[in-house]
Design a protein around this ligand. Sequence first.
Ligand code: GLA
Length: 427
Amino acid sequence: MLATLWIILLSSTFGKCLDNGLAKTPPMGWLSWERFRCNTDCVNDPDNCISEQLFQTMTDIVVADGYASVGYEYINIDDCWLEKHRSHDGKLVADRKRFPNGIKALSDYIHSRGLKFGIYEDYGNYTCAGYPGIIGYEEKDALQFADWNVDYVKLDGCYALPYDMDHGYSTFGRLLNSTGKSMVYSCSWPVYQIYAGIQPNYSAIQTHCNLWRNYDDIQDSWASVENIIDYYGNNQDVIAPNAGPGHWNDPDMLIIGNFGLSYEQAKTQFAIWSILAAPLLMSVDLRTIRPQFKHILQNRKIIAVDQDPLGIQGRRIYKHKGIEIWSRPIGPLYQNFYSYAIAFVNRRTDGTPSDISVTLKELGLINFSGYRVEDLYENVDYGVLYPNTKIKVKVNPSGVVMLKGEVQYPVTCKCNMFVEIAYDNII
Ligand code: GLA
């Protein structure tokens, strides 16, 4: 039944989509907002204010500390980079004190380190923090971004009319494309429409945007991460089919390594974001991040799930009494059988791990030749298991166990084989 469900869901993912050739897998990088907010006080807090120095420093660390080599490539400015007024000829101007060398110099710096550069603007009259928005200057601003060699534009939707967004966001996307400079286009179009009670036209959104926010801003707490996880689970029938190469749902930034998440919770955020085929945009102080969190952010096997080229967004397939199972079809494929990433999440608050026992078949893994099963956090290879194999995992409170089942090709027929193995996840 699960297999049939996937086939139905997959068929609805094929449609018209944005053709800028970018974001074939979800974008990965660093974004200032969640951690550094709108701190403009460079006098009293020079190391943490929104300034060219902050972005240069993060660029250096992304390269030097191994983030770039696992796939993080965008260094993205968020709100509060602008002067409060445009120039006399209507151009956007970066804050002269905090970006003394201007945006082009910062863009050049980031490019010279082998990374890509992202910027933030807003479709409305103002950005959410009150800086000039693009309305009335769309063409000028698109050309300006191209001129600055911007690779990624996040266009927010404060101080704008949600009913106008179908027109406004698509127009600006076309303007970006017509500059001739390819720029990833991150939209906040659906989230503002949902707030206004409008059902977003996701087929239009995926035609014009590479990624889009569907829900609330992430905050530095487990409650916020849980809220987002619930939103994506509860609304998956509407949301998940819209994702695919070049067009992604964006559940917002990774807050791993900040103040609000425990180690277990941080692992859970990373696992679920990878199941959701989410953009992996770290918003954390990379100068002071603890090694255990860095380790999570650099887990190549989970990044590979997120970046799976098939680009099929996963789903919550089980939810009962605080236990959830999330599953994502990934490559390689054998005939119609996918491989899978499976995340077992424990949302309970008992202070002891919970056991989850399930057969592969119950997870939808029904290929008779079996699956090579691996624990992606513990790095344990459990060998080839079969549809009737029962597995047992122990999941820590607010934690996750993440497995990958790689589909096996038949070598000899094992069609009648019945294997029952129980194993404990080693924690
Ligand atoms: C909105 C967005 C956030 C951030 C802020 C900046 O709230 O959703 O991601 O960009 O604006 O003001």
